[in-house]
Design a protein around this ligand. Structure first.
Ligand code: SRM
Ligand code: SF4
Length: 565
């Protein structure tokens, strides 16, 4: 650690009386915003204060206040909802938000555009649906992710059970949430009530993420989590869990001491020890994580600096158990679950593609109305996925055609290009306060441009994962895809290539700053190199990783007028 002065957020947490702060009183005043300390505390309660970045500069010029509103993030472990919960959330988004529901890359829903006067009503209504927003953000364990496809075999059932169990185990204990949003306005921490037995008074040094999956399906990008869990099984029986630690993607441009990192395998444990192993890892991060510098506070820095053997020893010492080394995992895979699939007992599920996870009606494409119609009529189960799509399950054979007709009527796309299928984009502008460039709003245009290039060069059938974010924080996991496009300055992006489709290798930067216009010109050159020089069955990510940065850079430099970096 460079300094011993705690970061500002540490003081705010410490003074907050277990996350209460002055939220309750500030909720009642007539301001359209909260004060700085409360903004930080509100995150633990699942909400971010934002403002419309499209209008902010203009309003400032005429001396008017920014247009503040709130993003509310729910916590939906494994992305699993009942049909009724879905319909209630849909209603709520019409009543209090900007009428969109946004599926996040951690398989939950966000509401955008909620005004302060409606914040309490929205959160308390969500809780009436038996859904919480507590711990959806903040320095605690966030939404626990797992495979979304509602496959009902013993192993997938177990994954879902584990995700729920882990999520409830690590939910904060402080009663401030209930008292502020649900029962009453007055918050008084009562000593006799549960304190935070795991987190302590200042919670964790930073956000903490857990994902659980099986080696046969890494569609959840498990290694990008602080803890990535791989359930190991044989003959439909759970043998135990491989635990990987220290994944995380956020970094800052031009600050090499910040970096994306994939989780490293540390140990194998049997089922009975899963929760205690997770708890010990979290407590190690609680006690050793850097609380002086939030850009160095994630578990990944501790793992990179201390190594996995140190972690294994610490966990073993605390639990007084010697654990085996992780089981060998050969080749992770990513399964495509979109479209119709048999579920069980003659029932079906369908995975439906939602661009950027944005559920809304726009012109004659009526994603929101169409989904609502299907879910309400057929009372399907609903599951959100970490690639921002939605799954509807428990569908009878006789209803399949009717559902297809509703999808068609509302122009909800079933046939999409491969690039579109795997293309992720974070929200970025206008809601995200950290965005440096556009992401979600340029997604469809970029997909179209790339598709055209691939078609021209006969590469349209290549399976390539491309992910764009408006800044280097990595919310759509850009560094874990074949290609990452990362906002740099307005209208400019850094370009990363050479990751893999399975999420086991990070990509690396080949261009530091390229304009949006030249981005596709640069990508075309990489596709041409790939076409001419790839080995049989080689994927784009593997190819770029093999040839390295210099060859790609040189090829791009030849065709771009503007000097690239
Ligand atoms: Fe994220 C901050 C959106 C998944 C890394 N993320 C933000 C904020 C809250 C901006 C802010 O702090 O003011 C964004 C809100 C924008 C908006 O208008 O909605 C935001 N993150 C998102 C979502 C909605 C992106 C999406 O396309 O769905 C995802 C919500 C997930 C959820 O339901 O919990 C989202 N964020 C991620 C992921 C991917 C993942 O978890 O699988 C990452 C990379 C993995 C990781 O954590 O390292 C990610 N978000 C960040 C970071 C960088 C953290 C770091 O260690 O440096 C920030 C900034 C921060 O924490 O300081 C951030
Ligand atoms: Fe905002 Fe950056 Fe995350 Fe995109 S990657 S949502 S721009 S913080």
């Amino acid at each position: 650690m460079n300094s011993t002065i705690l970061s500002k957020v540490e003081q705010i947490k410490s003074d907050s009386d277990y996350l209460a702060g002055e939220i309750a009183s500030q909720l009642k005043n007539s301001n359209s915003f909260f004060e700085e300390s409360e903004i930080q505390l509100l995150k633990f309660h699942g909400t971010y204060q934002q403002f419309d970045r499209d209008t902010a500069t203009k309003l400032k010029k005429i001396g008017r206040e920014k247009e503040f509103s709130f993003m509310i993030r729910t916590k939906i472990p494994g992305g699993i909802l009942s049909w009724k919960q879905y319909i209630d959330l849909d209603n709520l988004s019409n009543e209090f938000a900007d009428s969109s529901l946004r599926i996040t890359t951690r398989q939950t829903f966000q509401f955008h555009g909620v005004l302060k006067e409606n914040l309490k009503k929205t959160i308390s209504n969500i809780s009436k649906m038996l859904i919480t927003t507590y711990g959806a953000c903040g320095d605690v364990v966030r939404n626990v992710t797992t495979i979304a496809a509602p496959i009902k075999d013993a192993i997938h059932n177990q994954l879902r059970k584990d995700a729920l169990k882990i999520s409830s185990y690590f939910i904060p204990s402080s009663t401030s949430y209930g008292q502020i949003w649900i029962n009453g306005e007055k918050y008084e921490y009562q000593k006799k009530e549960k304190e935070e037995p795991i987190y302590g008074k200042t919670y964790l040094p930073r956000k903490f993420k857990i994902g659980i999956t099986i080696p046969e399906d890494n569609s959840v990008d498990a290694l990008t989590n602080d803890i990535g869990i791989f359930l190991i099984h044989k003959n439909n029986r759970v043998l135990g869990y491989n635990i990987a630690i220290g994944g995380g993607l956020g970094m800052t441009h031009n600050k090499p001491e910040t970096f994306p990192y994939l989780a490293k395998f540390v140990l194998f444990c049997e089922s009975e020890y899963l929760l205690s192993v997770l708890e010990e890892i979290i407590k190690i991060q609680r006690d050793y994580g850097d609380r002086t510098n939030r850009k160095h506070a994630r578990l990944k820095y501790l793992v990179a600096e201390k190594g996995t053997d140190w972690f294994k020893n610490e966990i073993e010492k605390k639990l007084n158990i010697i654990f085996n080394k992780p089981k060998k995992i050969i080749n992770l895979k990513v399964v495509d679950h979109l479209g119709w699939h048999k579920q069980e007992n003659g029932k079906w599920y369908i995975g439906i593609f939602i661009p950027s996870g944005r559920i809304k009606d726009q012109n004659n494409i009526k994603i929101k109305s169409g989904l609502r119609d299907i879910i309400k009529t057929f009372k399907t189960s609903v599951i959100l996925s970490t690639d921002q799509n939605i799954f509807l399950g428990d569908i009878l054979d006789k209803d399949k055609d009717l559902i297809d007709k509703i999808l068609e009527k509302n122009l909800i796309t079933k046939k999409i290009s491969k690039i579109n299928r795997w293309f992720l984009a974070c929200p970025a502008l206008p809601t995200c306060g950290l965005a440096l460039a556009e992401a979600e709003r340029v997604r469809d245009d970029l997909v179209n441009r790339i598709d055209k290039i691939l078609l021209k060069h006969n590469l349209i059938n290549e399976k390539i994962s491309i992910r764009i974010t408006g800044c280097p924080n990595g919310c759509a996991r850009p560094y874990a895809g074949d290609i990452g496009i990362v906002g740099r300055t307005p209208n400019h992006y850094a370009l990363f290539t050479g990751g893999d489709f399975e999420g086991t290798r990070l990509n690396s930067k080949i261009l530091d700053k390229v304009s949006y216009k030249d981005l596709t010109v640069a990508l075309e050159q990489i596709f041409l190199l790939f076409k001419d020089q790839k080995n049989k069955n080689e994927t784009l990510g593997d190819f770029c990783n093999r040839i390295g940065k210099d060859i790609q850079f040189k090829k791009i430099e030849e065709v771009l007028d503007e000097k690239v970096q």
